[in-house]
Design a protein around this ligand. Structure first.
Ligand SMILES: Nc1ncnc2c1ncn2[C@@H]1O[C@H](COP(=O)(O)OP(=O)(O)OP(=O)(O)O)[C@@H](O)[C@H]1O
Ligand SMILES: [Mg+2]
Length: 320
């Protein structure tokens, strides 16, 4: 068995006596995407900074190994194996995109020729060739973000940390970024990703951990996490109050919302389950004006685990 790319036990960090990470364990196999989720202030960036040697863990933390090297005794070796794209841009606005890249090539001790080759290749890959000679301060947010990640890749790191790589990107740029991340993983790179977008974790991550109150509230594959919480249901909506009342009487096991004239029936969303529900509606002569199937998604998991009671209005309803 190969060593995991990242293995941390009892990772602890507090600031001014306030505990941010209360002894968390993380294992990320090589060539996989691991996503750390959590509300603002949960400690995601702190975890990235610890694992990438930018800050030091509290004494009392357990063993932390990144790329097979002990973080405490071999920080240089860890640094040589990783790339970090921080939550806030590392791009220098005063110089051009190309110059930013060449600077990174110098930092990684690439020869002039090699530096130019890698720079040209990455600028092309990130669709920045046209803008390469312009000052980075004139770039849009999405262009800066792409340049940021291109800069991280100059040293061909085996493990990359991406702290909210797609925050603020439009849907097209976000999909481009996802494609780039997938290509990196196909090439054997390990990605440690933090994100505010549950959909992103669902798309990309092999495993997800939800951070809350300094602890890992849950960890698993996207599907495992979704299975942790109930939340699947069928919702029937009526416009006619009489029809609603008749249906409510017939479906006594449903949750009633008298104001919205809607009924919710627990359902796992499977074909068999939906057929049973439809049969019951037919038998009772119920014709709802709208029927929607709600399957639990990561939003539900996130809100259930992080203790927030408000599910956003655009929670995913699949119209049928
Ligand atoms: N240098 C610091 N000094 C003091 N407190 C800090 C420092 N850095 C972070 N914190 C605190 O640690 C907690 C976790 O911060 P962190 O930046 O890791 O959260 P996060 O999960 O990345 O949040 P976000 O989603 O907003 O990026 C916060 O309460 C923050 O105020
Ligand atoms: Mg952060």
């Amino acid at each position: 068995m190969t060593n995991p790319a990242i293995a941390a036990s009892g990772l602890r960090k507090s600031y001014d006596g306030r505990t941010v990470l209360d002894g968390i364990d993380l294992t990320v196999p090589e060539g996989t995407v691991f996503s750390l989720l959590g509300p603002n202030g949960a400690g995601k960036t702190t975890a990235v900074k610890l694992l990438s040697t930018l800050i030091t863990p509290d004494t009392g933390s357990g063993d932390i190994r990144v790329a097979g090297h002990d973080l405490a005794t071999e920080p240089q070796a860890v640094r040589a194996a990783i790339g970090v794209t921080g939550q806030f841009s590392a791009v220098d606005g005063l110089i051009t995109g190309e110059e930013n890249m060449l600077l990174m090539a110098d930092l990684h001790h690439l020869s002039k020729t090699e530096g130019r080759r890698v720079t040209a290749e990455l600028l092309e890959r990130f669709d920045l060739t046209d803008a390469a000679k312009k000052p980075a301060s004139t770039y849009s947010g999405g262009m800066k973000r792409r340049l940021d990640i291109a800069m991280t890749l100059v040293g061909s790191p085996r493990i990359i940390f991406l702290d909210e790589p797609t925050t603020g990107l439009d849907p097209r740029s976000r999909h481009t970024m996802w494609q780039i991340i997938r290509e990196l993983v196909t090439g054997g790179v390990t990605v440690f990703l933090t994100t505010q977008y549950l959909e992103e974790a669902d798309e990309l991550a092999d495993r997800i951990a939800v951070l809350n109150n300094g602890k890992i509230a849950a960890e698993g594959t996207p599907d495992e996490l979704k299975r942790l919480i109930p939340g699947g249901h069928v919702r029937l909506r009526f416009t006619d109050p009489t029809a609603y009342r008749t249906a409510a009487e017939a479906l006594h096991d449903a949750t009633h919302d008298d104001d919205a004239l809607s009924l919710q029936i627990l359902s796992d969303g499977s074909q068999r389950d939906l057929r049973t529900i439809l049969d019951r509606l037919d038998t009772a002569g119920i014709e709802a004006d709208e029927l929607t199937v709600h399957t639990p998604d990561l939003d539900d998991v996130f809100f259930a685990l992080t203790g927030s009671t408000t599910v956003p209005a655009q929670s995913k309803e699949t119209a049928r």
